[in-house]
Design a protein around this ligand. Structure first.
Ligand code: V0D
Length: 250
C-alpha cells in the first residue's frame, strides 16, 4: 500500500457528504498492460472502458463536476505512434459514448489548450461540448493538453495586461479574480475540487490544478486506472467522508 493511502475500512454513506467536484489523475494504463505482456495502447483502450463506468457512477452518486486528467502535456514526449493513438481516443470516446452522454444529460467541458490538438480531435471535442452545452446533469470536464503552471502563467499575463491597459488597478487583484482567470473559472462555485484521486501508486500532483487544490482532500491508490472500479470510487469517497467527519466542520 502506498504511503498516505487510506485503509479499506470505511463504508460509503450515499446520504452523507458527496464531494461536489472530484478530479482524477488516470494513471497506470501502460503498467497495467505491461503486467499482461500487452502493448501500452491495450491499457489505454481498457482505461477508456473504466472512464465510461466511472463517469456514470459519479453521476449516479450526485457528483456535480468530474474532472479527468488523461496525463498530460508531457504526453507529447511519448513515441509518435503512441501520441497519435492517444489523440484518437477522444474521437473513439465521443463516437461511442455520445448517445449515453445525451441520455444522461451530461455536460462536456474542457480545460487546456484545445487549439493545439490535431484538427480532427479538436473538431470532435468541440462538437461534444457544443452538443451538450445546455445539459444540466453532471459536468464531465476533460483536461486535454493541460498544464497547471502554464495556466497560472497565462493568468498572470492576462491580469498584468489588464493593469497595463488601466482596466484594473493592482490593489484590485484578489483571489477571486485570479480564480476567474483559470481555465476552471466557468465552473463558478465548483471550481476547486473537493477530492483529488490519483491511481497507480504515484504520490504526486504532476502539474495538475495547483491553484485549485489548495484545500482539496488528496487520495492515492495503488490500483492501476483500468482496475479502478465503481467500488474503488465508493472507497475514495468513503475516505473523504470519514476525513470530513473528523476534521471538517462549519
Ligand atoms: C483513456 C486514461 C490521453 C484512461 C489514459 C477521453 C482513459 C488514456 C488522452 C489525451 C485517454 C487526448 C488528447 C490530449 C491529451 C491527452 C486521452 C481520452 C482517453 C479521451 F490533448 N489519454 N487519453 N483522451 N485514455
Amino acid at each position: 500500500m502506498a504511503l498516505f493511502e487510506s485503509k479499506n475500512e470505511h463504508a460509503l454513506d450515499k446520504n452523507g457528504l458527496i464531494p461536489a467536484h472530484i478530479a482524477i489523475i488516470m494513471d497506470g494504463n501502460g503498467r497495467w498492460a505491461k503486467k499482461r505482456m500487452m502493448p501500452r495502447v491495450y491499457g489505454h483502450k481498457e482505461g477508456m472502458n473504466t472512464l465510461k463506468k466511472i463517469a456514470i457512477h459519479a453521476q449516479d452518486l450526485g457528483v456535480k463536476v468530474l474532472t479527468l486528467y488523461a496525463f498530460s502535456t508531457e504526453n507529447w514526449k511519448r513515441p509518435n505512434d503512441e501520441v497519435s493513438f492517444l489523440m484518437n481516443l477522444p474521437i473513439d470516446f465521443f463516437d461511442v459514448f455520445m448517445p449515453e452522454l445525451i441520455e444522461n444529460k451530461i455536460k462536456v467541458t474542457t480545460i487546456g489548450w484545445i487549439d493545439e490538438l490535431p484538427e480532427k480531435t479538436k473538431k470532435i471535442v468541440q462538437n461534444a461540448v457544443e452538443r451538450t452545452k445546455d445539459h444540466e446533469g453532471m459536468i464531465l470536464n476533460f483536461a486535454f493538453n493541460y498544464g497547471s503552471r502554464q495556466e497560472m502563467t497565462e493568468a498572470i499575463k492576462n491580469v498584468a495586461e489588464k493593469v497595463q491597459r488601466k482596466e484594473l488597478s493592482a490593489e484590485d487583484v484578489t483571489e477571486e479574480l485570479v480564480s476567474q482567470e483559470m481555465f476552471t473559472g466557468f465552473l463558478n462555485e465548483y471550481q476547486d475540487p473537493d477530492l483529488v484521486i490519483r491511481t497507480s501508486g504515484e504520490i504526486r500532483i504532476s502539474n495538475f490544478l495547483l491553484w485549485q487544490i489548495a484545500y482539496s482532500e488528496l487520495y492515492f491508490t495503488d490500483e492501476y486506472w483500468p482496475d479502478f472500479s465503481p467500488k474503488s470510487l465508493d472507497q475514495a469517497i468513503a475516505t473523504y467522508q470519514h476525513r470530513n467527519r473528523r476534521f471538517g466542520g462549519i
